[in-house]
Write a protein that binds this ligand. Structure first.
Ligand SMILES: Nc1nc2c(c(=O)[nH]1)N[C@H]1C(S)=C(S)[C@@H](COP(=O)(O)OP(=O)(O)OC[C@H]3O[C@@H](n4cnc5c(=O)[nH]c(N)nc54)[C@H](O)[C@@H]3O)O[C@H]1N2
Ligand SMILES: Nc1nc2c(c(=O)[nH]1)N[C@H]1C(S)=C(S)[C@@H](COP(=O)(O)OP(=O)(O)OC[C@H]3O[C@@H](n4cnc5c(=O)[nH]c(N)nc54)[C@H](O)[C@@H]3O)O[C@H]1N2
Ligand code: SF4
Ligand SMILES: [Mo]
Length: 726
């Protein structure tokens, strides 16, 4: 299956053969081409690791090297296609800036290689000391959203009695997820294929890409679906939309309150749905009455008549109309009012009566995977101590989900002495969260920080030990379920042998460390055994997945139900009231407001970059350079007032920092907003390709934690911009 390793010795041997066979014609192109064509090609199913869409891919391998990749047709995110990042990400394996050995930090930007055995022993000893001196509540584990190896680290954390486990969502979508949990009980997704009218708040399928979502948007356009996009800037999705509605940053909540007002006032809602499936309609209606479109127009900068038209478009097309749930723009991790903004999106979808209906919001079906028999394979008990991020604790962050937690809070907790040791896997919070200096200073206060990455991320640079994983094309991972209209199951398989012999899959690393901690009994199984147990209820085997990659399962839509405390959509949310939050959303202004000569600093994805992880991939960075993609966008009216012309070098300043970048002067952005692409500004000097290119919005924003869901409020900052040299 996996091809031969590409070592220097095999290369020299192969070169010798060529030389002997082709005397006098060593580098002839035809000879090379013939050999390349004659090479056997193997096709291995994998899962793209270049963003959290986790597309199913086929990797084609020739002569032990990756040749190309294509998207798996049956995988719901790829549907036969990959994006540019996916095509580039397969080459990560060969990147010159990979971490190739376990490393121990000796000083600033100074690490020395260490053997795996010594690394495990030293880490285990330091961890044991932290556990003895301060207790397991001071240990945390933070990771990216998806990796299946959470299975191993969760066991490890429970085995040491430590409850604080994080995903990256406090800088992504935690406000959305918390609002969903308490309002509908689970996350429904927009049924684009059948919608007659759909409203996007910031979410941009053509920038924050998954190939199938981008294709769905194009199809919707072809079908004549009315697509309305509210965004302070004209995103790449707007060419596929009917209407771009520029909005003042951070004010979507006012728009939604006024839309609810119109739907109620003009009887454009579904009374039967409200009666059968919601609680709190009377309080909700009473609150909405005061929020007129004229009131919202002054706040959002959207004319009252436009607000009425948007509400009517949705109301008249109900139930085949909806507000797409998005990830983060106004409702995920960016503004102080994000949690209530998302609650309002749900409330409007409920007014439209669109839950469970074609063209509305549908709850995806999850495949039910099995597990190892706990009698044969002991499971560590759930930890009893409280979490160190306050999640689930009354008076701190009671409503935030324990499955997500607040990872960006850990450096602060380290400064306060409440966090002492941390493990971070496949996650770069030091660069992807606001205030990188605080993040790094805090992490360095820990007695132990272990980071597992493939490259020298900013977080790795702050670690006491850096453990190198092999990249996604070099390993097989556990199977994973995919929720959707039809549930599916998929597995990443190993396409090539490891390039660097000292790199390992995370599961081996955790198991090795557990051995040194005396916790072998919880890890006495092979990955094959776990994978087999997971697939058993589906009557599938690991071989099935190694052949097919992704398998779509049968699944029948369940009767509509809501997994909330009341069993209904909570227009009035009791849990919010019980914890001192507004039970019905009310207007809450953003913290940052632009002045005559200042801007709210907004940001977003570009189709060719994943967060700050891909700027170090040479092919992708070259595209960014060729097309000046790092520039900050400002509106011509304001640019003129500030004496700034397109392409000039400007200094962007917030109370926290000043940095220079070139400017893109464009009508495509609201005058109150400056839009900075989010993928640049790598600070780690060992990311040699990306280092020094562009600047990053997180540098300008302070460290903060929103009160309800605990997100980072990443766009709540005002900047000034002036021409350099003035
Ligand atoms: N400036 C900026 N900040 C952002 C965003 C942004 O776009 N720009 N986006 C926000 C959002 S929506 C999110 S979800 C978060 C995302 O924040 P992160 O979860 O930190 O996302 P990435 O930047 O993709 O970082 C993933 C890390 O995993 C490493 N990695 C990649 N493959 C592997 C692997 O196979 N094994 C291991 N061990 N490591 C691997 C990468 O090198 C990188 O250091 O950031 C948020 N913050
Ligand atoms: N190319 C690429 N695709 C990705 C990723 C990636 O890193 N790169 N990451 C994946 C991940 S983890 C995520 S979370 C998704 C994110 O995908 P999206 O949810 O689409 O996230 P962003 O690009 O962060 O969206 C920011 C958009 O919100 C707009 N915006 C800013 N402020 C406001 C506001 O106040 N109101 C409104 N209505 N809009 C506002 C910005 O102008 C921008 O267009 O993308 C996924 N896909
Ligand atoms: S959207 Fe692109 S980068 Fe993300 S998983 Fe799919 S192919 Fe990979
Ligand atoms: Mo995200």
């Amino acid at each position: 299956m996996a091809a031969k390793p590409f070592s220097r010795r095999t290369f020299l041997k192969a070169a010798g053969v060529t030389l002997a066979a082709a005397t006098g014609d060593i580098f002839a192109f035809n000879d090379w081409l013939a050999k390349a064509k004659a090479a056997e090609v193997s096709k291995i199913p994998s899962i793209c690791g270049t963003c959290s869409a986790w597309c199913g891919m086929w990797i084609y391998v020739k002569n032990g090297r990756i040749w190309k990749a294509t998207g798996q047709k049956q995988h719901p995110a790829s549907k036969g296609k990959l994006c540019a990042r996916g095509h580039a990400g397969i080459m990560w394996a060969y990147n010159k800036d990979r971490i190739t050995h376990p490393m121990k930090r000796m000083g600033d930007n100074w690490f020395e290689p260490i053997s795996w055995d010594d690394a495990y022993s030293e880490i285990a000893a330091k961890l044991q000391k932290v556990l003895t001196d301060y207790g397991p509540q001071t240990v945390f584990y933070s990771q990216n959203a998806k990796p299946t190896s959470r299975y191993y680290m969760q066991r490890f954390m429970h085995a040491i009695g430590a409850p604080t486990i994080h995903s990256h969502h406090s800088i992504c979508s935690t406000a959305r997820d918390v609002a969903n949990k308490w309002t509908t009980g689970a996350m429904a997704t927009a049924d684009m294929a059948n919608a007659k009218c759909i409203l996007f708040l910031g979410r941009s399928y053509a920038d924050g890409i998954s190939p199938s979502a981008t294709a769905n948007l194009a199809d919707a356009r072809e079908r004549g679906t009315k697509v309305i996009i509210v965004d302070p800037r004209y995103s790449s999705s707007c060419i596929l939309g009917d209407q771009w509605v520029p909005i003042r940053p951070g004010t979507d909540l006012a728009l939604l309150l006024a839309m609810a007002h119109v739907l109620l006032e003009e009887n454009l809602y579904d009374p039967d749905f409200i009666e059968q499936y919601t609680v709190g309609f009377d309080e909700f209606k009473k609150t909405m009455l005061s929020y007129t479109p004229e009131w919202a127009a002054g706040i959002t900068d959207i004319p009252a008549e436009t607000i009425r038209t948007i509400a009517r478009d949705l109301g008249k097309n109900r139930p085949a109309s909806c507000i797409e749930q998005g990830y983060k723009a106004p409702n995920g991790a960016n503004y102080v009012n994000g949690t209530q903004t998302f609650r309002m999106m749900i409330c409007i979808n409920a007014l439209l009566g669109n839950y469970g209906k074609n063209g509305g919001m549908k709850f995806p079906l999850n495949p039910k995977l099995g597990e190892l028999d706990p009698k044969q394979y002991p499971v560590p008990p759930k930890p009893k101590v409280p979490r160190c991020d306050g999640v689930g604790i009354k008076g701190e962050y009671p409503l935030c989900q324990t499955s997500q937690g607040i990872p960006h809070l850990m450096p602060k907790k380290a400064m306060e002495g409440k966090a002492k040791a941390g493990f971070i896997y496949s996650f770069n919070p030091a660069r992807n969260s606001p205030d990188p200096k605080l993040m790094v200073d805090g992490y360095k206060k820990l007695e132990l920080l272990v980071v597992c990455d493939i490259q020298w991320s900013e977080t790795a640079m702050a670690a006491s030990y850096v453990l190198p994983e092999c990249s996604f094309v070099e390993r097989e991972d556990l199977p994973t379920g995919i929720a959707g209209g039809k549930p599916a199951v998929t597995m990443r398989c190993q396409a090539i042998d490891r390039i660097h012999s000292q790199t390992k899959p995370f599961e081996e690393i955790v198991t090795g460390l557990a051995g040194k901690m005396g916790l072998q009994k919880y890890f006495d199984f092979s990955r094959e055994e776990v994978a087999t147990a997971m697939l058993k209820p589906l009557k599938l085997t690991t071989e099935d997945l190694r052949q097919k990659g992704t398998i779509v399962l049968d699944g029948k839509a369940k009767e509509l139900s809501f997994a909330t405390e009341s069993g209904k959509v909570e227009l009035y949310c009791k849990a919010f009231a019980d914890n001192g939050y507004d039970a019905v959303p009310v207007w809450q202004p953003p913290l940052a407001n632009a002045g005559k000569n200042s801007f709210v600093l907004i940001h977003g994805k570009q189709g060719i970059m994943s967060h700050t992880a891909t700027a170090n991939i040479p092919g992708l960075l070259q595209i960014a350079k060729n097309y000046n993609l790092e520039r900050i966008w400002i509106n011509p009216a304001k640019a003129k007032r500030l004496g700034i012309k397109d392409g000039e070098l400007v200094e962007v300043s917030s109370p926290y920092t000043s940095k220079q970048v070139r400017v893109k002067v464009t009508e495509r952005v609201h005058p109150d907003a400056a839009f900075l692409p989010a993928g640049y500004g790598n600070l780690s000097p060992w990311l040699k390709t990306g280092y020094g290119f562009g600047i990053n919005p997180n540098d300008f924003c302070p460290h903060r934690v929103e009160a309800i869901s605990g997100h980072a409020m990443m766009m709540e900052v005002v900047v000034t911009i002036r021409k350099v040299g003035e």
